[in-house]
Design a protein around this ligand. Structure first.
Ligand SMILES: Cc1ncc(CO)c(N)n1
Length: 220
């Protein structure tokens, strides 16, 4: 089993909880309230802007040209998705520029992006890219899981198609290969840190859905 296969198995209960989350069930059957999706898409827009910065930091630190290319390309795609997909959804679901720009990141969003930035600032490159991976892999699994059970037509079809797209699966596989390569050359302590980063980022993925479902804000 590769390192990625092992850490993916380790988070199987978290992945199950994500696939069973009421937000994704409602998104698949088309009953998700527009207000919940608006909450999600505004937060995701804030998330992707920060995620793109983290990918750029990973690109800067990657020891191989393959890593520099993958993460700099990922940084570019994250900004493009933010600009294209999200702007289209903003229009479709009536999110105004003021609503988008006036929104603060929720605890789940700020927690996730701050965690990834902290990995970039204070942990090894290996731990950083293990923390980056769930964003790809969990969404790819979600896209592939939701697409066959989604009603047609579905108001969220463009979102589902983005993450079930073969090109997104290929990007996920390439990032997995970089993580496996980094793990193979890493010490046991670093590998343990990588598994922790991967698990924590996967937890944040669940929290992101849950926060959108409850339209959570700051408690104070
Ligand atoms: C929170 C989150 N995780 C992963 C992705 C996939 O890019 C996304 N758009 N948002």
């Amino acid at each position: 089993m590769s390192f990625c296969d092992t850490i993916w198995e380790d988070v199987a209960p978290l992945r199950r909880a994500i696939l069973d989350h009421p937000f994704l069930n409602a998104l698949a059957d088309g009953t998700l309230e527009a207000e919940s999706f608006r909450h999600y898409i505004v937060q995701d827009s804030l998330y992707l802007a920060e995620y793109a910065r983290v990918l750029a930091l990973a690109a800067a630190r990657a020891p191989s040209a393959a890593g520099r290319l993958e993460f700099s390309d990922g940084a570019k795609v994250a900004v493009q998705v933010e600009e294209a997909l999200h702007q289209a959804f903003f229009a479709q679901f009536g999110v105004t520029a003021e609503m988008a720009h006036g929104s603060e990141p929720t605890p789940a969003c700020l927690g996730y992006t701050s965690y990834l930035s902290a990995l970039a600032a204070t942990r090894s490159y290996e731990e950083l890219i293990a923390g980056i991976l769930p964003c790809f892999w969990v969404y790819w699994e979600v896209g592939c899981n939701v697409k066959p059970r989604a009603v047609s037509p579905n108001p969220y079809a463009a979102w589902i198609d983005t993450y079930a797209a073969p090109s997104f699966g290929e990007a996920t596989r390439r990032v997995c290969a970089l993580v496996d390569e980094a793990a193979a050359a890493a010490s046991p302590a670093t590998r343990a840190g990588m598994a922790t980063a991967f698990r924590n980022a996967t937890r944040f993925e669940w929290m992101f859905w849950d926060s959108a479902w409850h339209r959570a804000g700051w408690p104070i």
